[in-house]
Design a protein around this ligand. Structure first.
Ligand SMILES: Cc1ncc(COP(=O)(O)O)c(C=O)c1O
Length: 331
């Protein structure tokens, strides 16, 4: 796929490594588990949003924007990375934070919230869960326009077709790595939230006719709704690239490990975060990769994958949020 025709800022000037999870694989006694270290992308603290922002910020700059506006949850990794990209580009950044769990915003909270302040966010607007987030961002853009400034709105999670190109690029990168390393993958697993990562990977794999099944693990929504969201965004991304139809049957977004709701800890998440840290020295996060890894571990224990199969987990980052969940994870 000819991705170089899309304007792009380069925030990760190298491929992220694929590593074998030697000890976790032995501990579980099932397939050989590998991890794509997208927690090691560029910008402050790394993570999946860095790849999406390469395309989105290039578009913002092309449009002459001086301020990035975006939205996320109170511990949003996406907001941290959007702000970090703004700092790097000499832009300002204004954030809308949605209290998806009522009362969850605390001005003095650690984790990503602390980094919003440290990185010099221009303003934070806190809204209740279920608010009209587009309207909140539009109001900020209108305020800026009245001051003669130009705001560029990035949707939640950077998840539109342009942002999803970052994960089309990731699929191409990992296919090249598996070829170079002689690693014939049988399956890929990733967290599925605002859907850009899942949709982009799907389009990149499908567009290359890779024939590697991809399973998303939901962190928020029920399966049907999420699969519909992923499929719609995958098709928009494929259209942007001039590819044909994306088969609906290629979209799987399992929902058994969400627990009580988005960002609410589960015993499986705590176990997954602790296992990865203690067995392979890798930090997951409590909201996305912890729950997605809990899903992968459970699938392995249920015998979903054959012994000796090669399964890759895409580590989408998020470790700064660990510092807002110390009480749960110390136990
Ligand atoms: C660490 C981490 N992993 C995974 C996701 C989910 O990715 P997406 O929103 O592209 O579905 C997010 C989204 O915020 C995230 O912060």
């Amino acid at each position: 796929m000819h991705l170089a025709r899309f304007p792009r800022r380069v925030y990760t000037p190298h491929a992220t490594p694929i590593e074998k999870l030697t000890h976790l694989s032995a501990h579980l006694g099932g397939p050989d588990l590998y991890i794509k270290r997208d927690d090691l992308t560029g910008l402050t603290g790394g993570g999946n949003k860095t790849r999406k922002l390469e395309f989105l910020v290039a578009d913002a700059l092309a449009q002459g924007a001086d301020t990035l506006i975006t939205v996320g949850a109170v511990q949003s990794n996406h907001c941290r990375l959007t702000l970090a990209a703004a700092v790097k580009e000499g832009l300002k950044c204004r954030l809308v934070l949605e209290q998806r769990v009522p009362g969850s915003y605390r001005e003095d909270a650690s984790g990503n919230n602390f980094l919003f302040q440290l990185l010099g966010v221009e303003s934070v607007t806190v809204v209740d869960g279920g608010s009209d987030l587009n309207a909140a961002m539009q109001a900020i853009q209108d305020d800026l326009a009245r001051e003669g400034r130009k705001g560029y709105i990035i949707p939640g999670g950077g998840s539109n077709a342009l942002g999803a190109l970052g994960y089309v690029a990731c699929a191409e990168e990992l296919l090249a790595q598996t070829y170079a390393q002689g690693l014939p993958l049988d399956h890929i697993v990733c967290a599925s939230g605002s859907a850009g990562t899942h949709a982009g990977l799907l389009v990149g794999l499908h567009g290359n006719n890779a024939q590697i099944p991809l399973t998303g693990i939901n962190v928020r929504r029920v399966r049907d709704v999420q699969e519909g969201n992923v499929h719609a965004l995958a098709q928009q991304t494929a259209d942007l690239l001039g590819l044909g139809a994306v088969p609906r049957g290629a979209v799987t977004a399992l929902d058994e490990w969400v627990g009580e709701g988005y960002s609410i800890p589960t015993p499986g998440m705590v176990e997954a975060v602790q296992l990865l840290a203690r067995l392979d020295g890798i930090l997951l996060d409590p909201v996305y990769t912890g729950k997605a890894m809990a899903g992968l571990i459970d699938l392995v224990r249920r015998g979903h994958f054959g012994r000796g199969q090669k399964v890759l987990f895409v580590h989408t980052g998020g470790a700064p949020a660990l510092y807002a969940y110390e009480d749960v994870l110390r136990a």
